[in-house]
Design a protein around this ligand. Structure first.
Ligand code: PEP
Ligand code: MG
Length: 711
């Protein structure tokens, strides 16, 4: 009716699901099979843009709008014009209503008004239907719900939901006897400390212990600051529970305002600790049994708690908040537990014991999956098991593409715990050793002898394979002795990384000395992060050379390279390639600075693509200078770990790819099936098209599928 009234061929309703995805819920004119299939993130495509901004878009030629996202399953090519209005109620966007017509035209003002009125009525219907409010109103649903997040650890798991409940308010707020209450708190604090010690000594993952993380946690647990604040609150008359609740609540509020992911994680440790204290106050109680293979759903998760749950037999994790560099994520990776984060709404929607399918590869969790979904995933798990066994066999095979191009596949590593992966994956070395991770896990600047110990362990484990040590890449508000941390509007672009190193050279020099001492005459590769100008690189390099002159056994060969993360370096390539021994592209930061798109903002995830004309052009320009100068170029950002991106990078000529251990064998297996020459032809054709798309992913993946490659 709507389409008819508006003289349009198409009218569609997209409804925001609890995972913040806009799902095609009804359509006249688009393919019916796309209903429930087509999903857009907020900010993605015209529909996502309307949801994000809350503004109407009235476009005579929608396909030329920069935000247009083509979805082949909807069959929407023939429609030129599009009018999209938000469906909003009580300040919340519930969905988007669209009409599309074949003829390019701008819809009249009164037509826009009609559609807005329809959207208003639709909002009431959606709210009355309870689709978006069921969880808030406590309605127990049995319907399948999907939530999207981002993958922290890949893999698929199927199991029953166990919920790590949200913060529960204490029963008694006030205490009659503060002294007795203080004693209760102190007893609880001591038993918590003991339980953490036991956890550390008994429940570590097998192999090399993740000492750094656990010792950091121990430091947090022993931190007098939190105890002091709780005790102050108890002295003012609060019960121990209420005091912990209050101090914890303050921390949570602070946590929300903190941008830096590492600091956020440190506070997540503190929240974990608050929960432990509350549990200790509640007295001994048998841990509720967890069904084998359960999937844990939590708001946030600290490292100690993660070890607890792992020991109780969970098979996967869904967190609503958590960053890939966080302690819990690092441990989950080390334990091989499929994990996604950012699945907002999952905790409120799931009930204990609900069936859950976790597809971390796709960043997806399905709660109460429909029968067919569950069956399909059971088959996928079976395949995954077979695939893992198959991948392990790839370990000792040479890394080479189908058309014979050799590849150097290396590991990104941050903790000693991960060194075992060198042999498990058959990697050619470590292409990125993030030195700051171990230090952050410690929570303090580590002195030279201790650094030497860490770095020499890494070199020993590498046993002659190359290790590229990246110097400290810390944020602007950490590790600064004395004085309050600087307030920064944009910490990612602030006083961080090499900038701190050059402004506080003592810190950087100590690290460089530790690296040289650890090498103890062995070959050494050092790389500087966040280099913005060639002068910065030269300054950093001269600090390294000065330290190298001081040690008694300088390395037999010293390679000094730069990360390419700041686009400005691209405009001084002739000087850069003369100054450096190698270049490693940090696609995570490079993409965020190139497209001015914060790497941590979920609404922007997937909006800009590495496989796109500007990035390909950038890489080609870089290679056109680096190759003649004999400067090797590698990629160590996350892009290298995704098979399709890895294929495109290799096709351009970047064959040294450094990635997390969990991706290495699948990238290796995939590239072994690829002819790079053919990929180059597909790219050339896609780039020559008259209206070249913002992303070239579609033609590349289509080609790969047509040729039987498993993308
Ligand atoms: C990058 O920016 O791509 C990179 C590898 O560094 P990090 O992810 O540690 O910032
Ligand atoms: Mg970076």
């Amino acid at each position: 009716m709507v389409a008819n009234e508006m003289s349009a061929e198409v009218s569609s309703v997209y409804v925001m699901n609890a995972g913040d995805l806009l799902e095609l819920a009804a359509t006249e004119g688009l393919r019916q099979e796309a209903i429930g299939q087509t999903r857009l993130r907020v900010g993605e495509g015209i529909v996502g843009l309307v949801a994000a901004t809350g503004h109407v878009l009235n476009l005579p030629d929608a396909q030329f709008h920069p935000g247009f996202a083509y979805r082949p399953e909807t069959d929407e090519e023939p429609y030129a014009s599009m009018l999209a209005v938000p469906v909003r109620r009580a300040g919340r966007t519930l969905g988007v209503l669209t009409v599309q017509s074949r003829a390019p035209r701008k819809f009249e003002a009164d037509e826009v008004e009609v559609l807005e009125t329809v959207a208003m009525l639709l909002a009431e219907m959606l709210a009355a239907g309870g689709a978006s409010d069921a969880a808030e109103e406590g309605v127990m649903s049995t319907a399948q719900r999907r939530f999207a997040g981002s993958m922290l650890v890949p893999g698929i798991a199927i199991g029953e939901a166990v919920l790590r409940g949200a913060w529960h308010a204490p029963h008694a707020t006030l205490a009659d006897d503060p002294e007795a209450e203080l004693a209760r708190f102190q007893a609880a604090a001591e038993s918590t400390q003991r339980s953490i010690d036991t956890l550390i000594s008994e429940r570590l993952p097998e192999g090399d212990a993740p000492r750094e993380i656990l010792e950091a946690y121990r430091l947090v647990a022993a931190d007098a600051g939190m105890s002091r604040r709780v005790m102050e609150a108890v002295r003012q008359g609060l019960s121990a529970e209420a005091a912990i609740h209050q101090v914890g609540g303050e921390l949570r509020d602070r946590m929300r305002r903190i941008v830096d992911p590492y600091l956020r994680e440190r506070l997540a440790d503190l929240e974990d600790l608050s929960n432990r204290l509350l549990a200790a106050l509640a007295g001994p109680k048998a841990d509720a049994a967890v069904p084998p293979g359960a999937i844990l759903i939590a708001r946030r998760l600290g490292p100690a708690e993660l070890l607890d749950w792992h020991a109780r037999g969970i098979s996967g994790i869904v967190v609503e908040e958590g960053s890939p560099g966080g302690h819990a994520a690092i441990l989950a990776r080390a334990l091989g537990l499929p994990t996604i984060s950012g699945a907002r709404g999952a905790l409120d929607t799931a009930n204990d014991g609900d069936a859950v399918v976790l597809d971390a590869d796709e960043g997806l969790v399905v709660i109460r999956p429909e029968h067919e979904v569950r069956t399909a995933y059971l088959a996928a798990v079976q395949l995954q098991t077979e695939r893992r066994a198959g991948l392990a066999m790839l370990r000792d095979k040479p890394s080479v593409t189908r058309d014979g191009v050799p590849l150097r596949l290396m590991l990104n590593v941050g903790l000693a715990l991960e060194l075992a992966q060198l042999d498990l994956t058959g990697a050619e070395g470590i292409g990125l050793f993030r030195t700051e991770i171990a230090m952050l896990a410690r929570g303090a600047v580590v002195d030279v002898p201790e650094q030497v110990e860490v770095y020499s362990r890494v070199l020993d484990a590498a046993a002659g394979r190359e290790v590229v040590f990246r110097t400290l890449d810390l944020g602007g508000d950490k590790l600064l002795p004395g004085g309050p941390p600087a307030e920064e509007e944009n910490p990612a672009m602030g006083w961080r990384s090499l900038r701190i190193g050059l402004d506080r050279p003592a810190l950087l020099r100590r690290q460089l000395r530790a690296l040289l001492l650890a090498a103890d005459g062995r070959e050494l590769s050092v790389m500087f992060p966040m280099v913005a100008t060639v002068a910065e690189f030269r300054a950093a390099k001269s600090l390294l050379l000065a330290e190298a002159r001081r040690v008694t056994r300088p390395p037999e060969r010293l390679h000094v390279g730069t990360m390419l993360e700041v686009p400005a370096l691209m405009y001084d390539l002739p000087a850069l390639v003369c100054a450096v021994d190698f270049i490693s592209i940090g696609t995570n930061d490079l993409m965020q600075f190139l497209f001015a798109a914060d790497r941590g903002t979920p609404a922007l995830a997937g909006r800009y693509d590495v496989i796109s004309p500007p990035v390909l052009k950038l890489l080609e320009t870089l290679l056109s200078h680096a190759s003649p100068a004999g400067v090797p170029v590698a990629v160590c950002g996350e892009a290298a770990s995704r098979p399709v991106e890895a294929m495109v990078l290799a096709a351009l000529g970047i064959t040294t790819l450094s990635m997390p251990a969990s991706s290495l064998l699948s990238v290796k297996g995939f590239l072994a099936t690829v002819e790079l020459a053919a990929v180059r032809a597909v790219l050339a054709q896609a780039r020559a098209a008259a209206n070249v798309a913002a992303s070239l992913r579609e033609p590349v993946t289509m080609w790969a599928r047509e040729h039987g490659l498993s993308v």
